[in-house]
Design a protein around this ligand. Structure first.
Ligand code: GDP
Ligand code: GDP
Length: 435
């Protein structure tokens, strides 16, 4: 289970510069919400081996100063509700502004850890100026320069200190399912259809993090935990910003589950927001099932409608296309059982453990018949392989020159693993190690 860190602050203080420094580019997810707000960024980062999700809440409405200000307040309130820690960024160049004071007021009145980052401290003169930020009443501050990276190490050390203890993902016996998707996709309806009457609820066990609650269900012959987050139960003070709220909620639910049931509205398709959720789940190495809901609304269903729809979704998922897609209608209860059955299968695929001897028996001949192509005149010899003892499938291939194995061959081995063993719906990692 990971922690979520939100970066808040007014525009132009350097939030995105800082974000980009911490996140590897390919890991970042950009969410451009219909031109109203600026891009919002999510990504994973780590410091000293501690992984966390970072959200740059940069989005704001362009308009009058009033709207502008309340928009920032909204972002801050959301961050307070949903994040585990908050980095509040200010700019030494401009000094304290009224907007900074407003944000500081909000932050002082709550309990989540706040780290005050004074940015653009490029030289010692500016370091002297930075002391004025004590006046915000948030205590200690961290002088940083996002462009050069100076001071960011100290800030991150302090951040790791205040983050709640992260428990390693335990191998749960019961599948933990998270139902995620855009607002109005039909998630609550789906959960209600699943839960049915109260008597199906077996127990209510407090989740392992202080915010999440796992509820155990026994339905359709399966036992599973539905990952709920406090955010779902709690009524947000800022309902208007549903999109952003749903993303924050999804981030947490995804981190806390084994399998994500991504619900989408068939009439809207696998659009940008759903793709973001998909990539988030994939990057977190979670099991994934796509549920195309409201299938009852799709008219003129000809023989190929479903196939064509499926093909379109898969083309957006490249290269990770080995994901089950189930067409459901919560309204008519069509294939609800199939949805759960599929999620259970994905859970099993994700917790599959293959014995080293059997793995080598199958994979070594495959490697022998198509060895890694020579690279810069070097030949790579793969000697043996094993599955790593992690909650999700990861495989290590031991060889003489791991650095010479290229991406296409890695993908080839992943595909072979998928052919030989069923890993449908599960991200599989392949590593090469020196032996
Ligand atoms: P955001 O709106 O808060 O995301 O701010 P940006 O990251 O877009 O940065 C706003 C401007 O401040 C850009 O022109 C950056 O190059 C600049 N900037 C960011 N960090 C630093 C810094 O450490 N020192 C200086 N001098 N400029 C910075
Ligand atoms: P959530 O925001 O994702 O939790 O979505 P809701 O469960 O609140 O559903 C949004 C709307 O879609 C509600 O009006 C539901 O009645 C409707 N809805 C949900 N599932 C279906 C479905 O399978 N078919 C149709 N036609 N409508 C549905």
């Amino acid at each position: 289970m990971g922690n979520i860190v939100a970066i808040v602050g007014r525009p132009n203080v350097g939030k995105s510069t800082f974000f980009n420094r911490l996140i590897q580019r390919r890991e970042a997810i950009v969410d451009s919400v219909s031109g109203v707000t600026r891009d919002r960024h999510y990504g994973k980062s780590d410091w000293n081996g501690q992984v966390f999700s970072l959200i740059d809440t940069g989005g704001y409405v362009k308009g009058s100063d009033d709207v502008f200000e309340s928009e920032i307040d909204k972002q801050v309130i959301l961050a307070i509700e949903e994040a585990d820690a908050i980095i509040f960024m200010v700019d030494v160049e401009s000094g304290i502004t009224g907007m900074d004071e407003d944000v500081a007021n909000l932050l002082r009145r709550q309990d989540k850890p706040v780290l005050l980052a004074v940015n653009k401290v490029d030289n010692s003169k500016r370091l002297e100026n930075a002391v004025e930020f004590y006046n915000l009443g948030l205590g200690e501050f961290y002088p940083i320069a996002s462009t050069s990276g100076s001071g960011t190490g100290e800030l991150l050390d302090a951040l790791i200190e205040v983050l709640p203890e992260v428990e390693a993902e335990e191998e749960s016996e019961l599948p933990r399912f998270a139902v995620v998707g855009r607002p109005n996709a039909g998630k609550s309806s789906f959960i209600n259809a699943l839960i049915g009457e109260e008597r199906y609820i077996v127990t209510d066990v407090a989740g392992t993090t202080r915010d999440s609650i796992d509820t155990k269900y026994n339905r359709y012959g399966f036992e599973f935990n539905l990952v709920d987050t406090a955010g779902i139960r709690r009524k947000s003070k800022v309902k208007e910003d549903l999109e952003f709220y749903s993303v924050m909620r999804s981030v947490r639910a995804i981190e806390n589950c084994d399998v994500c049931l991504i619900v989408l509205d068939a009439t809207r398709g696998f659009d940008g927001q759903v793709q973001n959720i998909f990539w988030l789940a994939q990057r977190n190495r979670k099991g994934i099932v796509i549920l195309v809901n409201k299938w009852d609304l799709v008219e003129d269903k000809e023989t190929n409608t479903m196939k064509d729809y499926e093909r379109k979704i898969r083309s957006e998922m490249e290269p990770f296309t080995d994901v089950p897609i189930v067409f459901i209608s919560v309204l008519t209860k069509q294939r609800i059982f199939k949805a759960i059955e599929t999620a259970v299968e994905v859970f099993k695929n994700r917790s599959k453990k293959i014995k080293t001897s059997e793995l080598n028996e199958r994979m070594l001949p495959i490697i022998e018949s198509y060895p890694p192509p020579a690279w810069k005149g070097k030949y790579v010899k793969i000697k043996f392989c094993m599955q790593l003892p992690t909650p999700q499938p990861q495989f290590a291939f031991f060889c003489n020159l791991p650095q010479y194995v290229r991406e296409p061959y890695k993908r080839y081995l992943e595909n072979k693993l998928r052919e030989e063993y069923d890993f449908k719906g599960v991200p599989v990692s392949v590593y090469f190690r020196k032996k």
